[in-house]
Design a protein around this ligand. Structure first.
Ligand SMILES: Nc1ncnc2c1ncn2[C@@H]1O[C@H](COP(=O)(O)OP(=O)(O)OP(=O)(O)O)[C@@H](O)[C@H]1O
Ligand SMILES: [Mg+2]
Length: 351
């Protein structure tokens, strides 16, 4: 049933064309959906709550995220994508089905075409998992598009430009760096670990330095509202945030005032890993292409790129201009949506 061919893998079922067209960026943390003919982008958590015994869907999207670390024994929260890659096609299909139905007056859309984002450099088996998720969700046709190409299109980088652009997309579970020229990928690198690494590092720091166990949602709040790679630049008095957790010694709930500057050492290693991945991508490139970046710089996208101080830190670490894209979280879905509407803009196999 699954047919695949080059960068634009497709599944074809009975129909060669479907009037309903959707583009989906299914990430480790967030699911983003665009529909042909509409400017609205649906943005929900990339998670479901399933009944353990039957596998039946209990909650999906943001409602499922609210159940993290709160589920009763008969239910479990499942994130279908792990470290940026599809890990559970069945759960992904349930999630996609639910979100499409919710946006379609509670009815499953008929015979739809799906443009689905996939990370760069996947194996055939990994790509097939995306095709399977799309087919199981009810799509009549599934087209896979690499998210680095989609990000470039979403950021409106000129397609015909032979000069290089370097984009670094930082998601929740992965970081992808791609050097693009003439609308295609000249060099790309992908590492596991994105924004979630910062959350983990913050949890681990609070645990070891303050003997306090905080949940992932709390650590995520700390990352969004306090963590800063340049905390002292922000204000004369570095910001602080009150967090609640469970004391590791007494097991009693306790509050703690966290200071931005004490998190610096915990969040630095992931920033260094990203810097190293950018360097590695550049190492494989011609001097001409690398030279183009001296003026143009590096463009950051993906929601993980929002981490305070990251743009400045990378610029000084790499000694090169670094810019945060406008609406960095929507770059990929905007690009997928573009290719959904203009499939002829996709580089073909052999291009
Ligand atoms: N203001 C912020 N500061 C720091 N991190 C943020 C901020 N807003 C969102 N993030 C982080 O960005 C990450 C989500 O990014 P994004 O939505 O691009 O990921 P994704 O597409 O779901 O994952 P991936 O592409 O890795 O599979 C999460 O780790 C989230 O905590
Ligand atoms: Mg992503």
């Amino acid at each position: 049933m699954l047919a695949s061919a080059g960068p634009g893998d497709r599944t074809h079922h009975m129909f060669s064309f479907s009037s309903n067209r959707f583009a989906i960026d299914l990430g480790t943390a967030r699911l983003r959906v665009a529909k042909s003919g509409s400017d609205t982008i649906v943005d929900e958590a990339s998670s479901v709550v399933l009944q353990k015994r039957t596998g039946a869907l209990l909650l999906a999207g943001d409602e499922a995220l609210a159940a993290v670390e709160r589920t009763p024994r008969h239910a479990e929260v499942v994130f279908p994508v792990k470290d940026g890659v599809m890990a559970d096609a069945e759960a992904a299909a349930l999630l996609i089905q639910h979100i499409l139905k919710k946006g379609n007056k509670d009815r499953t859309p008929a015979r739809f075409h799906l443009t689905l984002g996939v990370p760069t450099g996947l194996t055939r088996v990994e790509r097939n998992a995306y095709l399977e998720a799309g087919a199981r969700s009810g799509a009549a046709e599934v087209e896979l598009v690499e998210t680095t190409l989609a990000a470039a299109a979403g950021l409106r980088l000129p397609r015909k430009d032979p000069k290089a652009h370097l984009i670094c997309e930082i998601g929740a579970g992965q970081c992808q760096v791609a050097l693009l020229s003439m609308g295609g990928v000249a060099q790309a690198c992908r590492i596991r670990g994105g924004g979630e690494e910062w959350t983990r590092a913050i949890r681990a720091y609070v645990r070891s330095a303050h003997h306090l166990l905080i949940g992932t949602p709390t650590a995520t709040e700390v990352k969004h509202h306090l963590a800063d790679l340049n905390p002292l630049n922000e204000a004369e008095q570095a910001p602080r945030l009150l967090v609640q957790g469970r004391d590791l010694i007494t097991s009693i709930p306790r509050s703690l005032k966290l200071h931005a500057e004490e998190l610096g050492a915990a969040i630095l290693p992931q920033a260094e890993k990203i810097g190293q991945t950018i360097r590695q991508t550049l190492q494989g490139c011609s001097a001409e292409l690398t030279g183009d970046l001296v003026d143009r710089g590096i463009l950051l996208c993906g929601s993980g790129a929002h981490l305070r101080g990251l743009t400045e830190w990378l610029a000084s670490h790499l000694d090169c201009p670094v810019h945060l894209a406008e609406d960095p979280h929507q770059a990929v879905i905007r690009g997928l949506s573009h290719f959904m509407n203009e499939p002829s803009d996709l580089p073909q196999a052999g291009d």
